[in-house]
Design a protein around this ligand. Structure first.
Ligand code: TNX
Length: 489
């Protein structure tokens, strides 16, 4: 028990006519189970300092809640209890007490993320509050819920990335995949190959100045993400999508000449020289340096759209790079084409366009991450009137982002073959945080629920009702959300 409150029925004002039941609150993603009690409880909130728990998992959750709701201190009890997997948790609201139960830090954080929504939608921002009694017992459908930010096509600085982290963490996204290199830019300092960032980091789409993260910047992002319950997944895309590296070090190129910086938006024209020893030495250095700064288990090697690489060379290259990543203690991930190689034992195959490669992955016993371009690509326009975005895969309105089942994408794949769902935001048409927000919200809320909530609990009309409430809330937080037509229908 960390905070005790002297409030009670004695000094409680009469309850308002309507206190919504827990199950009526517009929670996103919808918890797996909500039980409504009979009564309502009164909580007096007050300004004050929290005494941090000596349990660091609990302290992280306390800090999260006080950062998010700085004006609010509530009587909360946190306890750890085993047996709650993948970030599962339970919250009991009873007799004027809020009890939080979880097995670990991820569960504690997920609990306070739900609690924040309960408090907000019960009106706690205004002070004292009535909350219906009952309990929420929750765990995710998939352990991995991801968001990808392409910082290579246009660079986003540390503050912008932190703002994105805050926004996505609230919806229980627990992985942030950073697309750190592409034809247009290399965005992370590598001490043993300094020109990658110094030269490769200068450009971006459209010819505006790019930028890169120093290793300290990257660590700052990793630590901030961790405090929000998010694991960073770094990606260095190869052997294609490599013009920025090729412009920095001629030795990586088959003709031994540095390429010109590239600021357009074509794909599929660049490749590392897959016969060159120095290419593999460089990759080993890059994986080792980034890996050492990355506490999470994954290293993403890209592997998509390598149209300028002979297929045989591609397969040999991807096999080799998976070994390099494994030897550096990381788990390889790659876009779905990597399934045409001999997959290493744990390599994660990220489906974006080719269900048949997801089937290959399953047959080889490898996990699949679901990012079908037609449903999850946040850089796709909502409709033909969207002010930014592309539409090569589809127009994706919010209903289309919601109404699909990750287990129905590739023949034979079931939940146990699927590690999770990730929503990629490619960066060709985005320059500002406002642009990120426009394409991300409210669509990400649909995808967050696809990844979290059991399929048979998801219902479009009910989601629409909850989304309407979040749309308002996001607006008051200054997160400009696209005025989706589906909420008016
Ligand atoms: C395809 S999806 C790409 C990216 C582009 C994106 C634009 C994938 C693995 N590669 O290089 O940015 O389309 O939507």
């Amino acid at each position: 028990p960390l905070l005790l409150c002297t409030c009670g029925p004695a000094d409680a004002p009469p309850p308002p006519a309507q206190v919504p039941a827990l199950s009526e609150l517009p929670l996103i993603p919808l918890p797996a189970e909500i039980r409504d009690g009979e009564d309502v409880s009164y909580y007096k909130t007050y300004k004050g300092e929290i005494t941090p728990s000596s349990n660091t998992d609990i302290a992280t959750a306390q800090q999260y809640l006080s950062d998010r709701m700085p004006k609010l201190v509530l009587p909360l009890q946190y306890s750890t209890r085993g047996g709650m997997e993948n970030g599962g948790y339970r919250i009991d609201f009873e007799d004027g007490e809020i009890q939080i139960l979880a097995s670990d830090r991820e569960g504690m954080l997920n609990a306070v993320k739900t609690l924040e929504q309960v408090l907000h939608f019960s009106g706690a921002d205004a002070g004292a509050v009535y909350i219906s009694e009952g309990s929420i017992e929750d765990q995710p459908r998939f352990a991995y819920r991801g968001y990808m930010l392409d910082v290579a096509r246009h660079f986003f600085n540390v503050e912008e990335v932190k703002a994105v982290i805050d926004r996505i963490a609230a919806y229980k996204i627990n992985h942030l995949h950073l697309h750190l290199s592409d034809d247009q830019g290399w965005r992370i300092e590598i001490k043993s190959w300094p020109k990658l960032a110094e030269i490769g980091g200068k450009s971006e789409v459209g010819g505006t100045p790019g930028g890169y993260y120093t290793q300290e910047d990257y660590t700052d992002i990793v630590e901030y993400a961790d405090s929000r319950g998010i694991t960073i997944v770094p990606e260095i895309d190869m052997p294609g999508h490599t013009n920025a590296a090729l412009s920095a070090y001629p030795i990586l190129n088959a003709d031994g000449k540095a390429t010109e910086p590239y600021t357009g938006t074509e794909v599929g024209f660049s490749t590392f020289d897959t016969d060159q020893d120095s290419v593999y030495i460089m990759i080993d250095d890059v994986v080792r340096e980034i890996g050492a700064l990355t506490p999470g288990p994954y290293f993403h090697l890209g592997g998509d759209e390598s149209d300028a690489t002979d297929h045989e060379d591609y397969v040999r290259f991807v096999n080799e790079v998976q070994q390099i990543i494994t030897q550096n203690g990381k788990t390889p991930m790659g876009w779905d084409e990597v399934a045409t190689s001999s997959l290493a034992e744990n390599t994660v195959v990220q489906l974006w366009a080719h269900p048949e490669y997801a089937v290959k992955a399953k047959e080889a016993g490898n996990p699949v991450l679901m990012s079908p371009a037609t449903r999850t690509y946040l850089d796709m326009q909502y409709d033909s009137s969207s002010r930014i975005g592309l539409h090569w895969a589809a127009y994706i309105e919010v209903d289309s982002a919601y109404l699909w089942d990750p287990a129905a994408l590739a023949p034979g794949l079931t939940d146990s073959d699927i590690m999770g769902v990730e929503a990629p935001l490619w960066g060709e048409t985005i320059r500002t945080l406002e642009d990120i927000d426009y394409l991300t919200f409210p669509r990400l809320l649909a995808l967050a629920e696809v990844g979290w909530t059991p399929q048979d609990r998801r219902e479009w009309e009910d989601f629409k009702r909850r989304l309407t409430a979040h749309q308002e809330w996001l607006k008051t937080q200054g997160i400009g959300t696209y005025a989706t037509r589906v909420l008016k229908e």
